[in-house]
Ligand binder design. Sequence first.
Ligand SMILES: Nc1nc2c(ncn2[C@@H]2O[C@H](COP(=O)(O)OP(=O)(O)OP(=O)(O)O)[C@@H](O)[C@H]2O)c(=O)[nH]1
Length: 807
Amino acid sequence: MEMETAKSVEEENGNKWNDVLRTMLPPGAPVPDQDQLDYSIAIEYDGPPISSEIPKNEPLNLHSLPRRQNRIVGVGSNPDSKFSPKSRPRFKKILHNAESLSPGGSSRYSSVVPSVGEEEEWRFNSRVSSLRIQGSSQMEVRGNPMVNFRSGEVKNEGVVNVELQEKGNETFHCKSWPSTVMVRSKKKRTCFRCGKLNVLLEREACFVCDAKYCSSCLLKAMGSMPEGRKCVTCIGMPINELKRSFLGKSSRMLCRVCGPLEIKQIMKAEKECSVNQLRPEQLIVNGRQLRQDELDEIMGCPNPPVKLKPGKYWYDKDSGLWGKEGEKPDRIITSKLNVGEALQQTASNGRTGVLINGREITKTELRMLKLSKVQCPRDTAFWVYDDGSYEEEGQNNIKGNIWGKASTRLLCSLLSLPSPRLGLSGSQLGSNLDAVSFSNRSVPEYLEQKRVQKLMLLGLEGSGMGTIFKQAKFIYGNKYSPEELQDIKLLIQKNMYIYLGVLLEARERFEENALEQIDNHLDEAWKHPALQETYKRRNELDSFPDAAKYFLDRAIEISSNEYEPSEMDILLAEGVDMCNAIACLDFSLDDQSPMSESYNEHFEALPPLIKYQLIRVNSKGLVEGCKWLGMFEDSRAVIFVVALSDYDQVWYDGSGAVHNRMKASRNIFESLIKHPSFRRIPFILLLNKYDILEEKINRVPLTVCDWFEDFNPLRAHSTHQYMANYAYHYIAVKFKDIYSSVTDEKLFVWPTMAHDDITVDEAFKYIREVLRWDEIKNENLISFEDDSFYNTDACSHSPFTQQSGKN
Ligand SMILES: Nc1nc2c(ncn2[C@@H]2O[C@H](COP(=O)(O)OP(=O)(O)OP(=O)(O)O)[C@@H](O)[C@H]2O)c(=O)[nH]1
């Protein structure tokens, strides 16, 4: 009886879930399998309120399972398998994740499943032919690529000492097994000591092996922390380089379990103890490993490379430019340091034929120089000094200062090239200023720049990018200065005369005779019945904005000297922010703002505010061969705006040829996703002007655009809301198909009405989530790429990975 009740409750819940899903999908669309849900198309949720209870994850008692081996690989073939066909995709996902986490991209793990026996086992298909684990128990396996070891031992010991012997008899020593620990701790967030799982609680991690501990276990696992946050068993071992930037930065958990004085001592030890320092052999500068005295010189100079990581670098001692081997300059450090070998021509892998201090510069640098009007044809060689002055080789004639102009510094920041901090010339950077004054300085501008995520806002002109840009400016607290407001006021007044001029011209065209007795006064002219008749035929005019009426209706007020544009006026005004080809907006998304969902309510630690730079490029630049785009190859994401209402609109290209606007948007979109600057960058499609689509979808069928000729709604005569929803979904899928066929990736789509601040704010929150997903995806890959620094790169004799050339 009880079982029957439970079953019916379960069924009822299932039905509720299906009902909720159905309200979110376009009518008639099939309800997808729960495991197959796709979150990349955003639709508004107006179902019943959803509980804000934190979901609980009941731990699985492995010992309660039957004593039989269940391997994922065998799930399909084993008729007795405990895993239902429905649970297979989930397990496949786990397997896929484990595979994608494997170093070097190869499938190092053949399966990551608890096989059920006396103890938990983890099975690895390792590339190594010999593996020895030194710990409380020792185990040696030779000549067998399949290695079993007991996770219980790993867990109790905290750290396993592993010696890997590659087939080529090359031996790598690694005192921990970071790969193993990372996979497990990242996925499970269990405390490494007590084994308790709580995804929402903080964990403090060991700087060596990444074992994570809850606040109750922290002190027991780490003791008095003489070298900072390390398990007792990891003391004396070098830290995981991925964590170097966190050295000396306390955490909330530490503040809870230790007193302020203790924390101070621990942080000091963590930052300063010798074993946690970079070792000279970890740095190769201009092709040679550093010696200890050279490392001391670099680290002790007035302006050292901050947050230095092991790797190969180039250094131009005349200008102070510093970068990763094979890449463009990354920063400017103190000049004239005696470190490494002489700078090589190929140091940054440039192919431009232009040399600076003997180094062939990269395309990005050349672009910056050209845009800054520095004459630099091929085969030019410059000398650039540490104060920014430059001259052509052999001419003994200083031609100017590279970073002298503010516009050049702005360009550098857009192109992620270093430039000296304001108020601190290159020569000051190079001189022997008191090191203390530098160590107390605030973070230099160009380093701040590194933490800003660039978001490109692109689309066909008129699709609403400008409005979205302005809306973001208002929502995220950027204000127009009084001078800018004055310019906007004049612009709006000028626009009104332009609108009236267009209407008068149209009147002549429609009626074949001009209005004779029309007055010169703006307001009276606009209200004249003849012009009102012409206005009714505005659809026949080329891009006559809806906003014209909004302004012309208030012609008297707006023409007056006292007029001050409101936020809505600015939003609707054409041409604001577009005096330059590029407009930038710096902002961060404050989760505490009243508009935001209470994202952090359940989290003890607030994630740090990420800074974004929204860059809007004049759409003419896109049409004219995308010449601007090369400047933005380090963008974090592309936000592409398409007006949903464009399907029946026309657009004239530069040559005067007429195109359907929706298809013109599609063509630009296609060229962008194929553009080399945006390879592997997530794209987010904002389908804008949803309100106009709703208003006209029943008036003008979507099929007037031949790209949409197969649009076939299930209920042909339905409400405009239904049709708009269906059309939105359909258009989203059309773009998604193009995107996935070119990139093999998922396109993320969000609907907006740019005049409505809430939809724009939500769009940016969605974009933030997309970036987080992307980060997590990349983090997993990066953590293993960086593990290869130590032991997994079979081709490399050095502990450093090869830096890929990137201009
Ligand atoms: N009804 C409605 N109008 C919109 C929407 N988004 C933009 N518009 C209007 O569409 C017109 C073109 O938008 P803009 O933002 O100026 O287009 P843009 O070419 O991308 O930007 P600019 O280069 O600054 O002109 C303007 O009149 C906007 O007010 C929307 O979601 N709904």
